[in-house]
Write a protein that binds this ligand. Sequence first.
Ligand SMILES: [Zn+2]
Length: 187
Amino acid sequence: MGLRDFARLRRDAPLNPFDLARFANLFVVDIERIKGLSSQSRELLLGSASGEWSGGACSRPLPDGRRIVVLNPNHGPARTNATLMEEICHVFLGHKPNRLAVIADEKRGQILARDYRKLDEEAAYGIGAAALVPFAALRRAVLEGKSAADVARHFRVSRDLIEYRLKVTHLWSTYKSAQLEQSVPRA
Ligand SMILES: [Zn+2]
């Protein structure tokens, strides 16, 4: 709810993480605007390995303190919103990347990347999802008989994210019976 206040949103309004990114000092850069990216890297990131990454932030900040975030342009707006929201949450939650991992081993030398601890990943995703789809609005939509797909469209997120929120907020069984009621014709 604090993150939504930051973005000055109405109760049930969809949150646009791109509006929130600057408060987290994140600078979202379109991958097409990155100069000096080799054609092999581009092919890997946008082609054969595109399914393996959704986004990431540079661990080293720019001189003005902002950190660059690159999002996978192939993943569509719903998934991109969740990815950017997760990166924003890592910043607001003060997560420190801890593990230095070798992500590629080219002839010139190793490419290293830091990532977050698994628990931090879960927290950032979970809180990001809650900011995108707040409980009260989700509960209201469920009681109105809206489907997960309808709610997903309203909040500009994936249906998977709505179903995840329904489960972690214990609204799943209420949702299932509301949906059942919708499908039974009234006498
Ligand atoms: Zn993460």
